[in-house]
Design a protein around this ligand. Structure first.
Ligand code: ZN
Length: 194
């Protein structure tokens, strides 16, 4: 018999730059089972606790193609051009199928705290994905949401904000980035000693 006691979502640790799992490519989700549902609940709780507008599975140590996005807190306009799509957006096996235009914009990342980078992204994207019920959906996103979708899909491919910044910016931030990587290495060592 299945327990009817509701699991309490857990705020998980957000892994920082230098943690190897952030560089791994996500595996496609073939079955949306309880593990995936628990992961999504935890990711939503973690994103909210950290005031993020998006989070990818790798950031909490899972290498599956799952990301969550909620741009409503930042911007009244959700940037969604698709009826029936609500925030938070839970995207399983997302793929961008079409992009339009490019624009520069500033981005931050929970895995690279206190660093903001100007990144060139498509202005509008069409993405296909599955929801938690396994239903195949499509959205046309613009503005901040389009940027968030591209940022989170980068994570699922093991690509980070630092890969998208200019050489000059990288040099100017090298001290801060080194410090972050050192923190990641210390955390990994502490966890493996437990
Ligand atoms: Zn990020």
């Amino acid at each position: 018999m299945k327990s009817t006691i509701k699991r309490v979502p857990k705020v998980r640790e957000v892994l920082v730059l230098g943690t190897p799992v952030l560089r791994e490519k996500a595996k496609k989700v073939s079955r949306i089972d309880d593990n995936i549902k628990d992961l999504v609940e935890d990711m939503l709780a973690t994103m909210r606790a950290r005031n993020g507008i998006g989070l990818a599975a790798q950031q909490v140590g899972a290498t599956v193609a799952v990301c969550v996005i909620d741009t409503t807190r930042d911007n009244g306009d959700t940037g969604v051009d698709a009826p029936g799509i609500e925030m938070p957006l839970i995207m399983i096996n997302p793929e961008i199928t079409e992009t339009t235009g490019t624009a520069q914009g500033e981005e931050g990342c929970l895995s690279i705290p206190e660093i903001y980078v100007t990144v060139s992204r498509a202005v509008e994207v069409t993405a296909v994905f599955q929801n938690l019920g396994g239903k195949q959906l499509s959205i046309r996103a613009k503005g901040l949401l389009a940027r968030a979708v591209q940022h989170e899909l980068d994570h699922l491919n093991g690509v980070l904000l630092v890969d998208r910044m200019s050489a000059i910016k990288r040099i100017s931030l090298s001290g801060k980035l080194k410090k972050l990587k050192k923190t990641a290495a210390e955390r990994l060592a502490a966890n493996s000693a437990e």
